[in-house]
Write a protein that binds this ligand. Structure first.
Ligand code: CP3
Length: 354
């Protein structure tokens, strides 16, 4: 099923889009990575009713409901589709499961021969279910709330497909890529093509903005960063820009550090999301490219709360908010976050006066 979004009425202003179009606004828009999730009691209740985590992702009514929960509580400027980056390998036929408290498990693809198990032509059926969630959200969200669609970047998704689970060093994927760059490149090509199809479907269904999560960009030396992060992301962005010229794309190359500027220049993204370790002065220098930066409040400071939270919010806003900027965390909210600290954060950002 392809569902098309209704056009945005001309009087609706989604302030989230301003920085992405190069315009600074004060106070800046705010949303938080993993703003829907286990720190919210209402999420835990819906999650329990849905069954498994993937059952929740593939239930458009409940997935839309958990997307809306943090919007109702905090009035964020953007909602992010509730789904997961590992929906893509699942759609390709590499069945994915999430073990309670242990994270994802996949039947690993350790060499080019195993790529035969993937069925890109069958993925559309799964993508259509997720796009139904997007279409529901476009109907149910407040008109001024932007809707973010997303996928994982090919490199990060490949690390899970090759490793079969999360790891801190992505050793299996890096080894495959060194041993057989051509074979690994075939996997990346499959992911580029299917990600374009998936993201394009999300835009047609009503996503206003797209974010590409490259959570493990940090583990590659520069030549490999070019082959497996820059080049595939650039291909995805270029094709999306042709198909949907008005739809901004945010890149999140977590840990890219000294390669962030290159990422911003080469990939064609409209904004870069920065992790917690990125110095604010580097984020400042990235703003000089005329593109927006997003980030990079520490999710653990959100757990701690108190005066330290307020101080850091002010420091970030003082340094970055006069140029195109989106307030966010440097990585996702962790489950032990007290919901009232999120309220404190949002209040502090909203009260900001330069
Ligand atoms: O609110 C949102 O941000 C939207 C939903 C969203 C989820 N995952 C929900 C989720 C998004 C955008 C993601 C992205 C994602 N998923 C990434 C990239 C961002 C990042 O965090 O680095 C990655 C690497 C994944 C893969 C993934 N999903 C792992 C490793 C895990 C297990 C770890 C964990 O936190 O449990 C997940 C599960 C997951 N994805 C949960 C949620 C809310 C928790 C599962 C549950 O509720 O049982």
């Amino acid at each position: 099923m392809t569902v098309s979004a209704p056009a945005t009425p001309p009087h609706v202003h989604r302030r989230f889009l301003d920085p992405l179009l190069g315009k600074a606004i004060s106070p800046p828009p705010i949303w938080l990575m993993r703003q829907a999730g286990r720190y919210l009691p209402e999420y835990k209740a819906t999650r329990a009713a849905a069954g498994s985590f993937l059952d929740l992702c593939y239930n458009p009514k409940l997935a839309a409901e958990v997307t809306l929960q943090p919007i109702r509580r905090y009035g964020f400027d953007a909602a992010i589709l509730f789904s997961d980056i590992l929906v893509v390998p699942d759609a390709l036929g590499q069945s994915v499961s999430f073990l309670e408290g242990e994270g994802p498990r996949l039947d690993p693809i350790r060499d080019a021969g195993a790529l035969k198990r993937l069925k890109p032509e069958a993925a559309a059926k799964t993508y259509a279910i997720v796009c139904e969630t997007v279409a529901r959200l476009r109907q149910d969200l407040p008109k001024e709330t932007a809707l973010i669609g997303f996928c994982g970047a090919p490199w990060t998704v490949a690390t899970y497909m090759v490793g079969g689970e999360g790891s801190s060093d992505q050793a299996h994927a890096r080894s495959f890529a060194y041993r057989d760059p051509k074979g690994f490149g075939q996997l990346i090509d499959i992911l580029v093509e299917t990600s374009i199809e998936y993201l394009s479907g999300q835009v047609v269904a009503g996503a206003d903005v797209l974010q590409i999560f490259d959570s493990w960009a940090s583990t590659l030396p520069e030549d490999e960063f070019e082959s497996w992060v820059l080049e595939p992301t650039q291909r995805i962005v270029a094709t999306l820009k042709k198909k949907h010229p008005g739809v901004p794309v945010i890149g999140f190359p977590r840990g890219a550090c000294g390669l962030s500027e290159t990422f911003l220049k080469v990939t064609g993204v409209d904004a870069i999301s920065c992790d917690t370790a990125m110095p604010l002065r580097v984020m400042r220098s990235l703003q000089h490219h005329g593109k927006a930066v997003q980030g990079n409040f520490d999710p653990l400071l959100l757990v701690a709360g108190g005066a330290a939270l307020d101080r850091r919010v002010d420091e970030i806003l003082r340094t970055l908010s006069d140029k195109p900027f989106i307030f966010n965390l440097g990585h996702g909210i962790v489950p032990q976050t007290p919901p009232e600290h999120v309220a404190q954060l949002v209040e502090r950002v909203r009260a900001w006066k330069p």
